[in-house]
Design a protein. Structure first.
Length: 364
């Protein structure tokens, strides 16, 4: 990396996921879970400053213990109203600047308290152009900047030899289509079921294709019937996360489903899945199956090698799989060009360098 992200800074990270407690604290970071303390039994811990929050009240004692001395800026990576308001509260207590970076949109952010906090921030960052347009309209701000999620460098092919794929496909060498992520019935039930049924139909007709699902199912009964079919393999949760990169190397293509249900997509249409740039970076074909005019689908339209299906149709997925099986090398060539494009515009080094410069600008 030409310019280290932390150059000139002494970061003090507060993370909210207890799964990373051991690793985070070993690096000198602070665990601060908000808002998880609602029961009356926690009031003593709150008063003594052992926990950061209780029933939406924040603890000055906890803050003083965990983050002593002056700080220049609070950067809030926001995915809920609580992380938004907590970051704002810390910036007031520490009398410093506040940068809000909205990772996932929620309609709750437009309720008066949250919206006023967003308007007051010294800097507002979002993760998609569609989200930028929405927040410009709601906040009347014209200084909003877009910072896309960037792919880990391990997503890119190591060398030309790692890009070689044995083709044509056969029963002993099937096309491996991969999905990595949570399999949640409330999130993309309609689209993931269409994809699995299309794969199953292909497999039953003798086509050399399999889909491998890596992710936790919720509820456990979700997709139970589908994953019992031949050609559909569910591997469960990917742990440790480093396994993801090995899985990507063994895959021939990737699929990202997004729900066509308008109620579900009301908030998600503005979000930008990290896996999209990760899969593009791999230099392999990517199928995006979801509605038109979302942040993700608009991004797909601007890049080669992505197969965008923005009409709900199991037949379209079936035909796309046929195209992948029969014309894989040409599709892969376009995907390799796309990988280079992502490296030139959205690599970790470029995004973090731009972010570092933005931090310096806000502080100065």
């Amino acid at each position: 990396m030409q310019q280290n992200f932390y150059q000139g800074f002494s970061p003090k990270l507060i993370f909210t996921n207890a799964d990373f407690k051991k690793e985070g604290e070993s690096q000198g970071f602070v665990l601060g879970q908000v808002p998880y303390h609602r029961a009356g039994k926690y009031i003593g811990d709150f008063v003594k400053g052992r926990i950061p929050e209780w029933r939406s009240f924040f603890s000055a004692k906890w803050l003083k213990k965990k983050i002593s001395g002056e700080i220049d800026v609070v950067y809030s990576f926001v995915y809920s109203p609580s992380t938004l308001l907590w970051g704002h509260w810390i910036s007031i207590k520490k009398r410093c600047r506040h940068i809000i970076h909205i990772a996932d949109h929620s309609k709750l952010f437009f309720e008066p308290k949250c919206l006023n906090t967003i308007k007051k921030a010294n800097s507002l960052l979002v993760i998609s152009n569609r989200m930028k347009t929405l927040y410009e309209e709601k906040t009347q701000r014209r200084d909003i900047k877009v910072f896309h999620n960037f792919p880990d460098n391990r997503c890119f092919p190591e060398d030309a030899s790692s890009m070689i794929v044995k083709h044509p496909f056969s029963k002993s060498n099937p096309l491996i289509l991969t999905f990595i992520g949570g399999l949640y019935s409330y999130l993309h039930k309609d689209s993931i079921e269409d994809i699995l049924n299309a794969v199953s139909k292909h497999h039953n007709e003798g086509s050399p294709v399999e889909i491998h699902l890596y992710g936790e199912r919720y509820p456990q009964s979700f997709l139970e019937e589908e994953i019992s079919q031949k050609g559909i393999i569910h591997h469960g949760l990917v742990m440790p996360l480093e396994r993801k990169y090995e899985i990507m190397k063994k895959s021939h293509a990737f699929v990202i489903p997004s729900s066509f249900d308008h109620k579900i997509n009301q908030d998600y249409q503005y979000s930008f899945p990290t896996k999209l740039t990760e899969f593009i970076a791999s230099g392999k074909p990517v199928i995006y199956y979801g509605p038109n005019n979302t942040a993700a689908s608009n991004f797909c339209k601007k890049h080669k090698g992505i197969i965008l299906i923005d009409t709900k149709s199991q037949n379209l997925i079936f035909n796309t799989l046929s195209r992948l099986i029969n014309d894989y090398q040409n599709l892969k060539s376009a995907s390799e060009e796309n990988s280079e494009s992502i490296k030139d515009t959205l690599s970790k080094e470029i995004i973090l360098n731009n972010f570092h410069n933005h931090l310096l600008h806000v502080i100065s």
